[in-house]
Design a protein around this ligand. Structure first.
Ligand SMILES: [Fe+2]
Length: 346
């Protein structure tokens, strides 16, 4: 080694000393814009900071994530954009506020159908759109198409068709069965509604307990939230009133259930790109995936991570519809138009 390198070495040593003296920010920081509830995401971000010594600045954005990042433009401090629903993620990609990421860790942890082919977005956790059925029901299997069967007239509860959870499901239906058949189906489901398509997913369980409906469609994690609630609370009574079935699509040979995701992307103008990638890689690591399962009752995207015991017992292992989410997302505008066309939410 020649003398010329000496200053660099001194510099590196000094940096190491400073780093040792400042453990909280030793490896810099990073800014996350997220639409997820603080209570759900903060434990994961705290675990990341503890492990990496990277400080996380979290900005909770309730609405208008895309508009905000767009307006900030090249000066945006956002490194990671985090949200739920494939539609919201695709809006970020289509809106031009994300950038491609190549990471072996992300590619090996996340199945190909749950991330953008170009690394523009990644799923971090899954939620299944499942059937809640009255506990006395003898149902053990169900196809989404069955919601339109005449035998369920006046017995179906569901939230608004225009809610992203349902638009994604209807988009998946178009991808599997085609638009004409999906319209027919939607008219059938509308005719079977026990009440207006409104409220939230947990209201399906509430209204099954209340005798208003026998079956309904809702997300899987609410089952965990309700069944884990304190005995005697309303939520616990709703959770205890239902059985959960994982529906499949009639035309799909593979027999998977429709899922939606929570996910994230690296922001196009990320000032801390390397730290952003590190956070995404951390979020699909085993310990973080365990947190997603246990704190949020979600399904891990990483193989081999244990489910929350309540989810494991009441819903069980998930067989995911293998249709890529990007393929499903292509039909969401058509799905939304169909909801209006058949007056589903009227
Ligand atoms: Fe939700």
């Amino acid at each position: 080694m020649t003398r010329r390198y000496a200053p660099t070495l001194i510099c590196a040593a000094a940096t190491a000393l400073v780093a040792a003296a400042l453990p909280a920010h030793a490896n810099g920081e990073l800014t996350v814009y997220t639409t997820r509830e603080p209570g759900l995401i903060q434990p994961l971000l705290s675990a990341f900071s503890a492990q990496t010594q990277i400080k996380v600045n979290t900005v909770f954005v309730k609405d208008g994530l895309l508009e905000r990042v767009k307006a900030e433009g090249a000066r945006s401090p956002a490194d990671v954009l985090m949200t739920v629903d494939i539609g919201n993620l695709m809006d970020l990609v289509d809106g031009g506020v994300t950038q491609p990421v190549k990471s072996a860790a992300l590619e090996s942890a996340i199945p190909a159908n749950l991330r953008g082919a170009d690394g523009q977005w990644f799923s971090l956790s899954m939620r299944a759109r499942v059937l809640y059925a009255d506990k006395s029901s003898k149902l053990t299997t169900f196809r989404y198409e069955d919601l339109a069967l005449p035998q369920y007239k006046g017995k179906v509860c569901i939230r608004a068709g225009q809610h992203p959870y349902n638009t994604a499901l209807i988009a998946a239906m178009i991808a599997h069965d085609g638009e004409a058949q999906t319209e027919q189906w939607l008219r059938g489901v509308k005719a079977n509604l026990a009440r207006k398509a409104t409220g939230g997913d947990r209201d399906v369980a509430r209204d099954i307990l209340g005798g208003i409906c026998d079956i309904g469609i809702a997300n899987s994690y609410y089952v965990g939230q309700m069944k884990a609630s304190k005995p005697g609370t309303d939520a616990r009574k709703w959770g205890d009133a239902i059985n959960v079935i994982k529906p499949t699509f009639a035309n799909s040979k593979s027999g998977g259930t429709h899922v939606n995701i929570s996910g994230a992307a690296v922001a196009k103008n990320a000032p801390q790109r390397a730290n952003a990638v590190r956070l995404l890689e951390f979020l699909v690591s085993e310990p973080a995936q365990v947190l997603y399962a246990q704190a949020n009752y979600e399904y891990p995207v990483r193989k081999g991570v244990a489910l929350d015991p309540i989810i494991g017992e009441s819903i069980g292992v998930l067989k995911v519809d293998p249709l890529p989410l990007t393929e499903i997302a292509k039909y969401r505008k058509q799905a939304s138009a169909l909801v209006d066309k058949v007056g589903f939410d009227q």
